[in-house]
Design a protein around this ligand. Sequence first.
Ligand SMILES: Cc1ncc(COP(=O)(O)O)c(C=O)c1O
Length: 379
Amino acid sequence: MTQEKNAFRIPLFKPWLGNEELEEIKSVFESGWVGLGPKTTEFENALGQYLGVKNVVGTNSCTSALHLALEILNVRGKEVLLPALTFVSTAHAVIHAGGKPVWVDVEEDTLCMDPEDLNEKITKKSACVIPVHYAGHPCEMDTILKIARDNDLGVVEDAAQAMGAEYRHVKIGALDSDLTCFSFHATKNITTGEGGAITTNSETLARRLRKLRFLGADRDTWTRLKEARERYWHFVCESVGYKYYMNDVTAAIGIAQLRKIDKILERKRYLFSRYSEMLAKIPDVEIPVVRNGVLPSAYAYVIKCENRDALMEYLGACGITTGVHYMPVHMHPPYRKYRKKLPVTEEIWHKILTIPLYYELKDAEQDYIVEKIHEFYKK
Ligand SMILES: Cc1ncc(COP(=O)(O)O)c(C=O)c1O
């Protein structure tokens, strides 16, 4: 199909970046300190305050955050329960930390981890569970946390997509899990280009994470200089850690983004509801559900639809970018050996389609997207 004339060119996601971020970056350049330092601490504190959690540890991605989290909870040689309907990072982190992935199926409506299937997949070797808040819709955390507690499992939430989401009026990142990991990758609700963070109310875990993200050293360079003690250059490497910390340039972007988060969420939630109102009228399209007691982050708008691939091609030709989140991880070559039957995941992934959703998406562009979906099914 040829590209329609005068069609909009609409991306799937787009960060909302501008002068506010440039001003913050400028101040970091002028300070002469661009590594892990005061801006990172400022960002961590601001994020902690926003989420209502005691500790935030900034990292260079959510992938590294997940790896650190699983390393700290010591899953080596043990089983880690996670959905296969997630980005490969969640599973990579399990492998990097020496764990064995055990897939849990998802609920048909929310596409989040199914607590019933979680219960069935637990064995004596299970060490940890990773609920993934799919598209920013919180998992059934009360049930998952109870199952985890009853079975002595660690809980690491993959909240890469859940910045701003709430579960029973508590922000994701401040629940009773051991650790929660966020992403500030380019497509996320707030971005630092690349970046991540781990949140926890445990001082002990936070202290260990701060060392592990900085190569296992007892003090990072900025802290050593700030302390202005004798032998300021001296540090002790307590373990073989990782170079996974955030830096002050990306943290500066994060500070500016955090000031805009309420506006971003308000707009994205408006567009999310507007999509649902309009798309509910198309019989071949199933709109995403929002469970009682949760407030999704409105990170992505994922429909379930008939003829997904043909619709994707049609919309592409109309200048509308779409995506599939995800081909399940257990279908990728390195993970085939861990394959188990996942009836819902394996059926549903052929139907899911992510359509554009971002702060600057105009109402008129959204109308155009809905019109084109309508048009496809009328043909
Ligand atoms: C569910 C999920 N987990 C983990 C990640 C990894 O995040 P990052 O790109 O910050 O490493 C992503 C990023 O897209 C994600 O969507």
